[in-house]
Design a protein around this ligand. Structure first.
Ligand code: OGA
Ligand code: MN
Length: 281
């Protein structure tokens, strides 16, 4: 149940804006409210938060258990906080394509809490797409076609030795020796562990193919699902300011970091929360 001062207002297309909460002083009751609203709406947007790195870690721990990303560079002194950075000289950004974080893990991360530290004067917005709504909007034939299917997710094609991350100039993401890039299999339609609602769980960034089918055999259906999932009526766009926070649920949304601010600096701090193995809806 939502408590007195917390206001949650649905955003257009995907997610909700939350007001009346200071994330730096999150009470236990508010942490429960935030978790509940997250599972319901898929992504929550907060403005004008002044979180120190310590407070960022503390609010994350009040909501869940931290899962340290093995590919991203960490903020000095804070192994739990990943730096999502683009300098004026860099051309490639992090997260510049539709994806959801950590779907390549056997127990994919529940959510990610991204805090804007420095933003470009214009641009650098993030898009979010609602995977509850994507599933709901599938017609009966499409639902029958994917019922019972499972898909293979991987990270090697991005973060591995010859992955796409090694081709851009985000050199901090380049594969480090000893960092593993295993594959995992998840249901294509999951029952969200927090809300119990069905959600479409494949994504363009990390889903490779359906289990038991080759990539070539899988692509036509995968691409149809991907195109369906990003229809504009189920997508929203968040314009960051320093102090803005987006907290998304990786099982209920996708996101896409726009890369339209070359020559400017953008710095975000991300904490990822641990999730559970996913079950079919
Ligand atoms: C991420 C990511 C989006 C952004 O941190 O997982 O995709 O807008 N970032 O920086
Ligand atoms: Mn991401």
């Amino acid at each position: 149940m939502l408590h007195d001062r917390v206001r949650v207002r649905k955003a257009d297309g995907c997610g909700a804006h939350v007001e009346g909460i200071d994330l730096g002083r999150l009470t236990e009751r508010e942490a429960d409210d935030v978790r509940e609203a997250l599972f319901e709406h898929g992504v929550l947007f907060f403005r004008d938060q002044s979180l120190t790195p310590e407070q960022h870690v503390a609010m994350a721990e009040a909501i869940g258990r931290i899962d340290i990303n093995r590919f991203f560079p960490a903020l000095r002194g804070y192994p739990q906080i990943a730096k999502v950075e683009k300098t004026p000289e860099q051309r490639s950004n992090i997260g510049g394509g539709w994806h959801t974080d950590h779907s390549y893990d056997a127990e994919p991360a529940m959510g990610s809490i991204l805090v804007a530290r420095e933003t470009p004067p214009i641009g650098g917005d993030t898009l979010f797409a609602d995977m509850y709504a994507a599933y709901e909007a599938l017609d009966d034939d499409a639902r029958a076609e994917i019922a019972g299917l499972r898909a293979v997710h991987g990270s090697g094609h991005v973060f591995g030795a010859a992955g796409t991350a090694t081709r851009g100039d985000q050199t901090a993401l380049t594969a480090r020796p000893g960092v593993e890039t295993p594959e995992s299999v998840h249901p294509v339609v999951i029952r969200h562990p927090g809300s119990g609602k069905p959600a479409l769980y494949v994504n363009p960034g990390f889903t490779l193919r359906f289990e038991g089918r080759s990539r070539e055999e899988s692509l036509p259906l995968l691409q149809r699902l991907f195109a369906h999932a990003i229809q504009p009526e189920r997508v929203c766009r968040f314009a960051w300011r320093p102090g803005s926070v987006a907290f998304w649920d990786n099982r209920a949304t996708w996101h896409f970091a726009l890369n339209d601010y070359h020559g400017h600096y953008r710095l975000m701090h991300r904490i990822t929360l641990a999730g559970v193995a996913l079950e079919a809806a």
